[in-house]
Design a protein around this ligand. Sequence first.
Ligand SMILES: *Cc1c(COP(=O)(O)O)cnc(C)c1O
Length: 363
Amino acid sequence: MSEVLDRGYLGMGKDVQVFEKNLSSFFGRNALCVVNGTAALHLSLQALGISRGDEVLVPSLTYISTFQAISACGAKPVACEIYENTLTIDLENAQKQITKKTKAILPVHYAGGVADLDKVYLFAKKNKLRVIEDAAHAFGTKYKNKRVGNIGDIVCFSFDGIKNITSGEGGCIVTSDKKVIDKIKDSRLLGVIKDTEKRYSGLRSWNFDVKEQGWRYHMSNLMAAIGIVQLEKFNKLSKKRQELAKYYDKLLEKISFVKILKQNYDEVVPHIYTIRLLDNSDRDKLREKLNKKGIETGIHYYPNHKLSFYKLKKKEILPLTDKIFNQLLTLPLHPDLRKKDIRYIVSEIKKIKIKKNVQTTSK
Ligand SMILES: *Cc1c(COP(=O)(O)O)cnc(C)c1O
C-alpha cells in the first residue's frame, strides 16, 4: 500500500491488473476485479441482460446482498427453500417456482460448501437457465478436485474484510464467457468503452462513447495491493480455517443438542462456522449469555423473504427456512483464533444450554 501511495496513482491501474493476473492463474481462467462482492453479482446479472420482468431463483437464506443485486437489475428474486443438510438451494422447490420469466439460478455456497454442484448445472441445463454462483463464502473451496471458480458459468467472490481473503473491500467475477467479460470490463467503469484497457496502459479516456448503463464499481490500486499480499498468504490462511473447523466438529459432535454442518474440510475452506441448536434450545438467550462471556456470535441469515422489501404472500411460505433460521448460530472463526479459544467456546455452550418455554419438545 505504501508503494502505491508513493507512486501516487491510487485508482484503478497496474496493481489491479497484477491482482487480476494472479487471480486468473489461481482460478485457471479469467478473473475481473470490482469494488465488492455485491457489485460482482450485480454486474454479472446485468451482463446476462437480466432486467425488469425477469426472475432469478435464489435461496432465501443468504446475505441481503444477493437479493439486492437481483432487484438492482429490476428483476425479481424468487426466494427458494434450502436443503436441510447443506443449507444450499433446494432444487425441487426451485423447479416448482420456475415460470416463463425465469432467466437464471443463483446458488449460494453457504459457509463455503457447494453441495452437489453438478446437480445445479444439470438443473440449469434442463431448464435453459444461466448460473451465477454466489461464492462469497467459498474462496479456495474445491469441488471434485477443482477450485470453485475454475468450473461453472459465472462465479462471484467477495474480498470483504472478513472473507477468506480480503482486499479491504473488493470482489471478483470468474467466467469463460468472453461476452460477459467484455461487458463487465466496461460496465464497472461507468460504461466507458475500453476504459479498462486504457487504464492498464496508464492512460485515461477523454474521447469516449458509452452504450449502456454502467456503474462506478472498479477496484482501486490501494485495495489491490492488499489483495495481492492476501492471495500469497492464502495457503496458510485457508489451512488455519480448515484446521479450526475440524476442531470445532470434533468437540461439538459430542453435544446432543448441537447439529454441525457436515462438510469435508479437506476440500471446503469455511468462511463461517455455523451450527444448529436442536431440542428447543433458546438460540437468542444463548447468544446473549455467550456475549457476556466475551464470545461474539452471529446469525447467518435472517431470511430475505421475511424482509419488508421482499416479503412473500402468506401462502408462499418457506417452512424449512423459517424453522432453521431460528436454530442457526455462527461461532467465531478466523485465522487468529486458537484451539484454546475453541475449547473455551464449546465448554461455555455446554454449560449454558437453555430450553425455550414450551410444553412439547421434539427432536
Ligand atoms: C459477503 C457476501 C456477499 C457480498 O460481498 P460484499 O463484498 O460484502 O459486497 C454476497 N453474498 C454473500 C453470501 C456474502 O456473504
